[in-house]
Ligand binder design. Structure first.
Ligand code: PEP
Ligand code: MG
Length: 561
């Protein structure tokens, strides 16, 4: 038995046979035959690859948003670019070279050019080019490519290309374990959108793939815990079967919670809303029983495009959201670009520390036109239904003064908006009174707030243990800010991952927050947990938690609730 550790992308359990991702194929080992044969191999592989990408696009369009499907249209265009295909043909001819070596050589030349480009959009295409060239090389010998397994399986690989992920998800893919991966990579975004239990940065997976041979291995994935056990003993497998059955039962039982009101056992209401990044996710969140949208991450509307959406496009998008929600709460966050969310066509200057650089509202105040186009679209849409607009990464009240000076001339009495801000920058915990002169509500971004309070990069696997929301320091900061917001008579919500944390829910309730916003798939679970809690017990718990000296004491106390 071996256990791998990684970071959770999407939580869940899975036990199944392991499908091993291929380690990078080495074209240098491919023998050259004849020019005609290599040309013919290449043309067949090209046609097969194009038809596969087309099939992936069709399958993706059934389940994913337009933006996500566009990734594959970009792949198809790259694959059929004559400069690329003719380059490979002429390399086979003049080499003379095996088709595999020719694909590799020409791809490397393209990658070099793209990597040196001043456009970030072009630099980011390197990953796409690697995806299609890998597929092309595999398709030179199609009998070796692609799984055909009818059985459920967990994919274990170094990394996964978005196109492979979509293809695997057509089969019985139950989980994904990657040695590399990034939490905001395309593959991770797709895994979350499809709800596939998955972990990334399981560094030892690569070594395991290199040093072992396939022998019908079984794996058990508990992605919420970040663990993947390979070949557990028969006893442990029996234990996991039980856990899986319990999870299945819980899933069934949770169905009923999708349509119930969010209420404590003691009767108080606490609305549970959803975090979304596009209309498809918004529609899903309604189906999952969310009582509105508590965080619309609008920067996702700007990624994977060649230019920013226009005023008309944005107005249409926000109107669609207002209409779909039919008067339910809609909290839209203005662009939070920068940090880990880079937008290639904006040509943002490279920063040493992007998480501490020009991101969120800071960037919007530098790029007024970009900011005001979004505000105009939001204000227009608000004439059809109420919208709460909030600013991300506010650092100082004077930024709000600056933002409202720009917005003021655009306001009309017919517009139904409330203004708010995210609490993500630590110094704002001590500035609530000043900030509340400008805004009607606060929403705590616990992901960034924890990152900044602990000085631990939220994406760096080596510091994840220290980036800890169970630390008494973080919980005391939350209690302090909740008291300040209450004293300022403003509304308080949480939209970072803490809102979805089942263990911390009694503490969060005890803080007296007004709303929680989370991944839509967590709403029913949190609602069921909420119904077990009594408001007065939760309030009494807060002071006891705040008196704890370390995470173990915090957890021990929370387990007693
Ligand atoms: C947060 O920081 O907690 C948050 C909700 O914003 P994002 O995760 O988009 O940075
Ligand atoms: Mg944030």
């Amino acid at each position: 038995m071996k256990t791998l550790q990684g970071l959770c992308v999407y939580p869940g359990l899975a036990m199944a046979k392991i499908m091993r991702g291929a380690l990078e194929a080495d074209p240098a080992t491919e023998a050259f035959t004849t020019i005609e044969n290599e040309q013919s191999l290449f043309r067949k592989a090209l046609a097969l690859t194009e038809s596969q990408i087309e099939a992936i696009k069709v399958s993706a369009s059934k389940r994913l948003s337009k933006e996500e499907v566009e990734i594959f249209e970009a792949h198809r265009m790259m694959l059929t670019d004559p400069e690329y295909t003719e380059g490979i043909e002429s390399e086979i001819q003049s080499g003379p070279s095996s088709a595999a070596m020719a694909v590799r050589k020409v791809t490397e030349t393209f990658i070099q050019v793209l990597s040196l480009s001043s456009s970030e959009y072009l630099r980011e295409r390197v990953a796409d080019l690697k995806d299609i060239s890998g597929r092309l090389i595999r398709n030179l010998h199609p009998q070796e490519s692609g799984p055909t397994s009818e059985e459920p399986f967990i994919y274990v690989g170094v990394d996964i290309a978005p196109s492979d992920l979509i293809a695997l998800s057509e089969l019985q893919l139950k989980g994904v374990v990657l040695a590399k991966g990034g939490s905001t990579s395309h593959a991770s975004i797709l895994m979350k959108a499809m709800g596939i239990p998955s972990i990334i940065t399981a560094l030892e997976a690569e070594e395991w793939l290199q040093n072992t041979k396939a022998q019908g291995d079984i794996g058990f994935l508990d992605s919420a815990q970040g663990t993947f056990e390979i070949n557990p003993s028969a006893d442990r497998q029996a234990g996991y079967e039980k856990k899986l059955a319990e999870e299945e039962q819980q899933k069934q039982a949770l169905q009923a919670w999708k349509s119930k009101p969010s209420k404590l056992k003691s009767g108080e209401s606490l609305p549970l809303l959803a975090n979304v990044g596009n209309q498809k996710q918004l529609d899903q969140s309604i189906a999952e029983g969310a009582e509105g949208v508590g965080l619309y991450r609008t920067e996702f509307l700007f990624l994977d495009r060649k230019s920013a959406p226009t005023l008309e496009e944005q107005t249409e998008i926000y109107l669609q959201a207002v209409r779909a929600l039919k008067g339910k709460s809609l909290v839209v966050r203005t662009l939070d670009i920068g940090g880990d969310k880079q937008v290639s066509y904006m040509n943002l200057p490279k920063e040493e520390n992007p998480f501490l650089g020009v991101r969120g509202l800071r960037l919007c105040l530098e790029r007024e036109e970009l900011f005001l186009t979004q505000i105009r679209a939001l204000l227009k849409a608000s004439e059809e239904g109420p919208i709460d607009i909030m600013f991300p990464m506010v650092t100082d009240p004077k930024e709000l003064t600056q933002a409202f000076a720009l917005i003021e001339p655009l306001k009309k009495p017919t517009m139904k908006v409330r203004w708010g801000m995210m609490l993500e920058v630590p110094q704002n915990i001590f500035m609530i009174l000043e900030l509340s002169k400008h805004v009607e509500f606060f929403s705590v971004g616990t992901n960034d707030l924890t990152q900044y309070l602990t000085a631990c990069d939220r994406q760096n696997p080596n510091v994840q243990q220290l980036n800890d929301t169970y630390s008494p320091g973080i919980l005391r900061a939350m209690a302090y800010l909740a008291r300040e917001v209450k004293a300022a008579r403003r509304e308080l919500s949480i939209c970072g991952e803490m809102a979805a944390d089942q263990t911390l829910l009694p503490f969060v309730v005890g803080l007296g927050v007004n709303k929680l916003s989370m991944s839509a798939r967590m709403v029913a679970r949190q609602r069921a947990r909420l119904a077990e809690l009594k408001g007065s017990d939760c309030q009494a718990l807060v002071d006891r938690i705040l008196a704890c000296s370390n995470r173990s004491q915090v957890l021990e106390l929370l387990r007693t609730v």
